[in-house]
Design a protein around this ligand. Structure first.
Ligand SMILES: [Zn+2]
Length: 462
């Protein structure tokens, strides 16, 4: 799996973004969509640039209308938003479901289950892996299953609190799979972190459904933080998820992407903020039961600001009992009370248990040292396979799909042609089609010159 990013194209993209940011700036002053200016990054003072970016963020992140729709109107709207989201994460059409080519590590023994690392193919040559917790005693055959994506904790899914949720679900008779998640972006060909995260989780569902022990119609998903984001996206985009618990995640984009309180960049992917927002994405799961566990983090305002709309949406569509929100005055975590609330939710919707809280988490849960789980591998290791070129292979797959050709610029005419194309693409990336309100007090042009066939305009922001 990818552990690093390729540097060349992101750098090129950053440079190009600066050019287009300059064009956007020019529009502030001249309101001329055909502006032909290029602006040097150093033309504005640092504080001015920062204030411009904050103002840009403020305009872009105004929550989009979250309208309660009913019946066929909701179904039609859900289809449209799902399609747009899939397009924005470059998963439309979905990649081919090639054979999983499953490879397994040795088994670790636990009093409640066995644990092993399982590898499976995402794209040709690109393996992902995850931890499979197989109960020693299945209460039912086939059994319900849980997909447990992990958050941004040390050691990912080997982090003890992540293990505990998986182990207790296994004790309760669920087949549990916790995929290892990584970050990789190559925005020049449309690959964002969400491309990898969503597809990895969809393939993890493919894997769970391939197991004879699993009831393919009873698969739940829960995760916290980055794992909450993965749960939210998967429940929104894949109807195989039959119950979801989103922990410490669902909020308006501006709560988590504020210049003063930003989170991992995997929380945003190009284009999404132009037409939707986090709460609406989570509610695309309807009619799937969704539970929101919130706390003293960016989800602090969700119950007050967003949940009433989600609740109304579920109610007018005949599913008032299928949505739940609880707030805890705790830090950003997935501690015992929140995990117990999750077991209750999944028991209710996947196992037909009565809607009362019953079984508590055991006082003592034996977890593995993270290093033990991290070291689980196949023999020979998948990472050593010559065909497993990981990050490069993801980009190679998308270069082929999107007929990508690196720009070759050897003269002014080619540069102008390239620039015209990039302006269109980057204007879309920056949300210029969102018809944002423009501030009347934009930066002022202070100089204009021509150099090597380029027009260079210098601005000073207020
Ligand atoms: Zn992340």
């Amino acid at each position: 799996m990818p552990t690093s990013q390729r540097g060349v194209r992101p750098l090129l993209l950053s440079v190009a973004l600066l050019f287009v940011a300059g064009t956007v700036t020019a529009e502030w002053v001249r309101n001329n969509a055909q502006a032909s200016a290029a602006v040097r990054a150093g033309a504005c003072d640092t504080i001015g640039v920062a204030s411009m970016l904050v103002a840009y963020f403020e305009e872009m992140s105004v929550p989009k209308p979250f309208v309660v729709r009913q019946g066929t109107a909701f179904a039609r709207y859900r289809r449209e938003v799902r399609q747009k989201l899939l397009e924005k994460v470059s998963l439309s059409p979905l990649p081919g479901r090639i054979p999983l080519e499953v490879r397994r590590s040795v088994r670790l023994d636990h009093p409640w289950c066995t644990v092993r690392r399982v590898y499976y193919l995402l794209w040709p040559g690109v393996y992902a892996s995850g931890l499979l917790y197989l109960p020693k005693e299945l209460r039912e055959r086939p059994a319900p299953a849980m997909l447990c994506p992990h958050g941004h904790w040390p050691n990912g899914n080997a982090f003890p609190d992540e293990q505990k949720r998986c182990l207790v679900f296994a004790k309760r008779g669920y087949v549990v799979f916790s995929p290892s998640q990584y970050h990789y972006e190559d925005l020049s060909i449309g690959v964002s972190n969400q491309t990898l995260h969503v597809w990895n989780n969809m393939r993890a569902l493919d894997y769970l459904q391939s197991l004879p022990e699993v009831d393919t119609t009873r698969i739940g998903c829960s995760g916290v933080s980055g794992g909450g984001l993965q749960t939210q996206m998967l429940a929104a985009l894949d109807e195989r998820v039959k119950a979801a618990t989103i922990v410490g995640m669902t909020c308006d984009f501006r709560e988590i992407l504020s210049p003063y309180r930003n989170h991992c960049r995997c929380n945003h992917f190009p284009g999404a903020m132009q037409f939707t927002d986090g709460p609406e994405i989570s509610a695309l799961a309807l009619p799937t039961p969704v539970q929101y566990l919130t706390m003293n983090d960016w989800t602090y305002n969700f119950r007050r600001d967003n949940f009433p709309t989600v609740e109304k949406l579920y109610a007018v569509n005949g599913r008032p009992q299928a949505v739940d929100c609880v707030f805890w005055p705790s830090g950003h975590n997935y501690d015992v009370p929140k995990r117990e609330r999750t077991y209750w939710w999944m028991g209710r919707w996947l196992c037909g248990e009565p809607p009362v809280e019953t079984e508590k988490e055991p006082d003592e849960i034996l977890t593995f040292p993270p290093a033990t789980l991290m070291a689980l591998a196949t023999d020979p290791p998948v990472d050593a396979l010559p065909e497993n070129r990981v990050a490069e292979q993801i980009s190679a797959v998308y270069e082929k799909v999107k007929h990508y050709r690196p720009a070759r610029i050897s003269g002014v005419a080619e540069w102008r042609s390239y620039r015209r194309q990039m302006v269109v693409k980057l204007r879309e990336l920056l949300g210029e089609d969102a018809k944002l309100r423009r501030s009347a007090s934009g930066p002022q042009r202070v100089a204009r010159q021509e150099e090597e066939g380029l027009v260079i305009e210098r601005f000073r922001s207020k």
